[in-house]
Design a protein around this ligand. Structure first.
Ligand code: CP
Length: 308
């Protein structure tokens, strides 16, 4: 077992071996969700707490199902009705819930670094479920799992991450994960939302989507955060859509090259992707969601189920 961590905050700090340990373990956990009784006992007696300070559909539900399929109890902490609304700090909230003898916090927060601050103030395990523009490690792990399962490898794969790289925690975690496992990572989008420092992480910048589509094995679309238009990062959504969305013509190139289309969700249909392409043959979007449960089962098992 190559895992000695209390917390999972980001892929930046994980070794290649640790990432592969999660992916290998997720292979065996994936089968559990196909059984008639989708439950095994390794986390019996453990309690996992979802601490989500930002909305979520996929990540929150997926962690809850992953924990329950491993027989853990799950508490969904409701921030809106908690004492945070009376001014309690997130570390005081976390310490008070820890005092109730729970085992793991799954933390999503709009502020980059919030899960790390909580992790430094509690002795139980903290898993980052997305913090500001910093990282979303389990999203990247499920993306790595999906690519490895479909292509049989990650080393040498060309992945093009398209869209708002500047504000995307998903992009950052995926750049760390895919480069560590030997993929060639390209980022593509309008210059205003591609920071030049991204090259220091090992990604190459390409500004024209039609250039990168020529060699991409995986076309990974990011949700366009519509509020960025108000912040003057984009001239208009229509223009963004014309230059960067996957429409019928671009989808034909993906089919011709036997590439795959991925997206972490939620999708803005008609902005980064034409609506009827979402469920087409080369799309792995719902497969990513399915794989998220197996990967999160692996992360929970390694973090709180296995002896460190
Ligand atoms: N991919 C993702 O993080 O989706 P949610 O915001 O619905 O959790």
């Amino acid at each position: 077992m190559r895992w000695r961590r209390k917390d999972l905050i980001g892929l930046e700090e994980l070794t290649t071996n640790e990432i592969e340990t999660v992916l290998d373990m997720a292979v065996s956990f994936k089968e559990i969700s196909t059984r008639r009784i989708k439950k095994i006992p390794p986390l019996r007696g453990k309690t996992v707490v979802n601490l989500f300070f930002e909305p979520s559909t996929r990540t929150k539900t997926s962690f809850e199902l992953a924990a329950k399929r491993l027989s853990a109890d799950v508490l969904n902490f409701d921030v809106s009705t908690s004492s945070i609304s009376k001014g309690e700090t997130i570390t005081d909230t976390a310490k008070n819930i820890e005092a109730m003898k729970v085992d793991c916090f799954i933390v999503r927060h709009s502020i980059a670094g919030a899960p790390k601050v909580i992790a430094e103030n509690v002795s139980l395990s903290v898993i980052n479920a997305g913090d500001g523009s910093h990282e979303h490690p389990t999203q990247a792990l499920l993306d790595l799992f999906t690519v490895r399962e479909r292509l049989g490898r990650i080393e040498g794969v060309n992945i093009a991450i398209i869209g708002d790289i500047l504000h995307s925690r998903v992009a950052r975690s995926n750049i760390w994960g895919f480069t560590k496992l030997g993929a060639n990572v390209y980022v593509c989008g309008p210059p205003t939302i591609i920071p030049s420092e991204i090259e220091k992480m090992g990604a190459k910048i390409v500004y024209r989507i039609d250039d990168v589509l020529k060699y991409a094995d995986v076309v990974y679309l990011l949700r366009l955060q519509k509020e960025r238009q108000k912040e003057n990062y984009l001239t208009s959504l229509k223009e963004y859509s014309n230059y960067y969305s996957i429409d019928e013509e671009r989808y034909k190139k993906i089919v011709k090259n036997k590439a795959f289309l991925m997206h972490p969700g939620p999708i803005n249909r008609g902005v980064e992707i034409k609506s009827d392409i979402v469920e087409k043959e080369r799309s792995l979007i719902l497969e990513q969601v399915t794989n998220g449960i197996a990967v999160r089962m692996a992360v929970l098992y390694l973090t709180i189920g296995a002896k460190r």
